[in-house]
Design a protein around this ligand. Structure first.
Ligand code: SAM
Length: 279
């Protein structure tokens, strides 16, 4: 591993390669090495671990991950960043593999294998779509061992919200059905260059060993209908789903309740009764 003192400051790397932030690609760069090291510590010891980073940009978080001893595969859509990443790869021989492309189109398990730690300061425009894709991996246990992700704070709160909170919704139920989801720490907007309009936060998710055996489609159908009309009672918002009133009764959930009072376990139970209903 090289001495980090030998690495050029990130600001200089950005200036030398002309990496002015492109809003369309959700580019808000992190330059503070202490903050970047803190993010890289969230998944635990990364020595010799496989890490997948989406959107390395000029490579700030990538540096922190490499310093932590990880073997990093990073996918970046902005080709302007590739020369800077190539230099970083030369500074950490055999530790960094950069893929030029769109993270939404990568066959991740085929390229990365299993037991992968995903660590990323995600572009806001594809962040939630990527999270949903990782949470709905076809095989479970999934190919990833943990997710350490920077989101807009409001999205981070939705992922980790507990029942009864105003942030609790579809994403909370999906995330907490499949994983243990924690908000690690908030990150002030001023930490980014350029600063975004809103605050951010890092979340950490680890897959649940045995999520209840249930089809994603059933759970999604129910939570979509329930939370699309979150002020309404379940008997109103779910009335158009055939067999749902019986399932509510079987699951012991009062139809006069509103969706934000229904726990993840209760939604799972409800979906299971509904899936197994008599034709
Ligand atoms: N990791 C860097 C950091 O922390 O400073 C940059 C983070 S910036 C919020 C998001 C990065 O994702 C940008 O470098 C952007 O070019 C890249 N990006 C945007 N959309 C992408 C996509 N679909 N696939 C891969 N990278 C993408």
């Amino acid at each position: 591993m090289p001495q980090t003192q030998t690495l050029e400051p990130l600001r200089a790397v950005i200036a030398r390669h002309g990496l002015s932030a492109d809003k369309r690609l959700g580019q808000n760069f992190l330059l503070d090495s202490q903050l970047l090291d803190r993010i890289a510590r969230v998944p635990g010891d990364l020595q010799q671990k496989t890490v997948y980073e989406v959107g390395p940009g000029p490579g700030g978080l990538t540096r922190a991950l490499l310093k932590a001893g990880a073997n990093v595969t990073a996918v970046e859509r902005d080709r302007r960043c590739l020369p800077a990443l190539e230099e970083l790869s030369n500074s950490f021989p055999n530790q960094l593999n950069v893929i030029s492309g769109d993270a939404m189109e990568i066959d991740e398990p085929a390229i990365l294998g299993n037991d992968v730690h995903i660590v990323a300061n995600l572009p806001y425009n594809v962040g939630t779509a990527l999270l949903i894709r990782w949470l709905t991996a076809k095989t479970w246990q999934p190919w990833w061992a943990s997710l350490t992700l920077m989101f807009q704070k409001e999205v981070a709160e939705r992922i980790t919200a507990k029942v009864g909170s105003s942030h609790y919704g579809r994403l909370s139920v999906l995330a907490q059905w499949r994983s243990e989801a924690k908000l690690s720490f908030p990150v002030h907007r001023s930490a980014f260059v350029p600063p975004p309009k809103v605050m951010s936060a890092v979340v950490h998710l680890t897959p649940k060993a045995q999520p209840d055996n249930l089809s994603l489609a059933s759970l999604e159908k129910i939570t979509a209908a329930a939370f699309n009309q979150r002020r309404k009672m379940l008997r109103q918002s779910l009335k158009n789903i055939e067999g749902m009133m019986e399932a509510l009764e079987q699951a012991g959930i009062e139809s006069t309740r509103r969706p934000e009072t229904v726990s993840v376990e209760e939604f799972i139970n409800l979906a299971r009764y509904w899936e197994n209903r008599e034709p």
